[in-house]
Ligand binder design. Sequence first.
Ligand code: ACM
Ligand code: ZN
Length: 753
Amino acid sequence: MKHSNYLLFLIISLFFSCEQETIQLKEIGIIPKPLFQEINKGVFVLDENIRFISDTELNEVSDYLKLYIKENYQVSFTPQKESKKIVFTSNDSISNEEGYELKIEENSILITSKNSKGAFYAVQSLLQLMPIKSNGLAIAIPCLELQDEPQFKYRGMHLDVGRHFFSVDFIKKYIDLIARLKMNTFHWHLTEDQGWRIEIKKYPKLQEIAAFRNETLVGHYNDQPHKFDGKKYGGFYTQEQIKEVVAYANTRQVTIIPEIEMPGHSQAAIAAYPSLGCTGEQVEVATKWGVFDEVYCPKESTFKFLEDVIDEVVALFPGKYIHIGGDEAPKTNWKKCAHCQKLIKKEGLKDEHGLQSYFIARMEKYINTKGKQIIGWDEILEGGLAPNATVMSWRGTTGAIEAAKEGHDVILTPGSHCYFDHYQADNENEPLAIGGFLPLEKVYHFNPIPEELTDKEATYVLGAQGNVWTEYMQTEKQVEYMAFPRVVALSEVVWSSPENKNYTDFINRLEQYQKRLDQLDVNYANHMYSVKGELKNTEGNLTYQLNATSSSYPIYYATDESAPSKLYVNPIPVDSSMTIKAVILDSNAIALGAVFQQKINLHKGVGAKILIDKKPHPTYNAGGKNALINGISGNNKRYGDKEWLGFSGEDIEITIKFENPTNINTITTRFFNANGQWIYAPKRVTVYVNDDDSAYSADVSVTDDLTAKVAVKFKNTMVTSIRLKIPSYGIIPEGKQGAGHKPWTFIDEIILE
Ligand code: ACM
Ligand code: ZN
């Protein structure tokens, strides 16, 4: 089949066919993008006169389609003798387990697949060829041919129900939403320090005690001092509810992987049964986020508990995998525990990492006897990998590389591209998130196969997964906001062929897809119509460039007090200090997104030369050294943008040089000061002017919760060079987060006046 142009622009056509008015999609743009497609002339009209024909094993998918059409378009099928047909055929000539062919002609829709998986995905593509609403008209589906199959066999989304608990109805909605995007795995993170969420009949205290915490941290973990809401919080899924969800997922071709964390992230279970820990002391279900020292002690009685839990878990989940966690398990208690130390000696283990490996390998052996395989986070590599384990690589891709080179299956979920708990936009008013920055485009460009792998090693990469950790997602609406539309981008990463991927084309299709999400009542983050800007310096010529994710509508701007009304065509010349406002307007001059605003302070340092004697940390160097003298200040609340530079514990010296002597009296700058995040402003800053020995210095003063400011004044001087000495704060004091370590220094715009 010919690989034809993807987006077909048709004018909404209302026309007569079979004496019936029809409605047709304006644009065709399936997500995730199919492998091959060819659009032909003509349409298939969806009316009552259609006969469904299917091979027995595909009946369920055929019924799903029938019901979907009935419920969404109010069409009941009463075929006559000479009817149109929708035919589901299973055929072994389709080589991929999840592949399909979809052929739409004027009188028939033919779906061919190896099994019900491919048939279900063909239906998902078909549904995206229909308008969202029929408005009482018959639906015209364009004639076309698709041949499609996934790039990766593991296409997953995760949800943490430990930090916050979500209803069965919401879990089903989440599964339905990912299935529509041809994702096939739901990783259900069921146990955490802050709550145990799965009923285990043999251990009732998991329901009575471990499922509830006394209260919950308010605000961000980094806000000091910690405040709590004083409200009991919790819940769990009964085994009946879990069966209901598993059965539902089955109708959506989604496999559920339950995660039962061990040996770490187990404080809730230890609160219920203190003997599971090393000390035997009573602890409480955690009320704040983080990594806790309470981990399972590898005693026989602990293994018995975990094996009993696994027995009940494997009976509920028919899939091949059980996720056993393995991440973030501090060895603090094991180091002090007589039993643990004795076990290390007895088993001839090297250290506590060896003990973690022993723990995981022993549980793997048990789980393998149940006919299941384990998956663990990449920490399970430490101390040696369990023989049959699959590794989920979250701390970058090194875990994936190491495991694949050892011949183990791997799933990519690196924080850099797959953590949907990170911020997705740099607006000041984004809802509170854990931190980080993962915009949609970055997700879209993710390649799950690390470059370091040979072709052979790459065959161990099963696919990728988006993770949704819910510390900062109290509501189902907030989960939707963080997951969507990033899941939509990820679906194309794992399903579509890299040659077919194109971000601009994706955005055009996403614009349509968001209307489907509206219909499904999904609270997705809509940054489609947000304006972004960038200051460009071309040989001293400053301009400000505006752009937006979607190019469907024009950008309007203003550089004065008025509302943005000038059509943006070319970068805006910046020859004085100004505030640029910009917005996207539709054809009725209605604003589609928020008004973007950027203040540019054209102080005397802008355009000068800057040198820094230390390299900023690569993670906090997005704008490079020129970000410090580009006229733009950083975000007041977040240091992850391109204006702040971050240094890890070093004293810094910054030199600014002028081509021509320049009259300067004051230097002001800001430092970030989030002590909970180990970020400390320096105490004092010293300035040397024109290589003189005469130094000027000033104390740094904390101005608000998160920043500190300094202004160094000196005699009215013609300056050719300026040197700033910025010593690190020193060592983080006792009693503070990170006590004893060197703090970070974050510096913002250096304003010269
Ligand atoms: C993880 O994010 N701790 C796997
Ligand atoms: Zn112990």
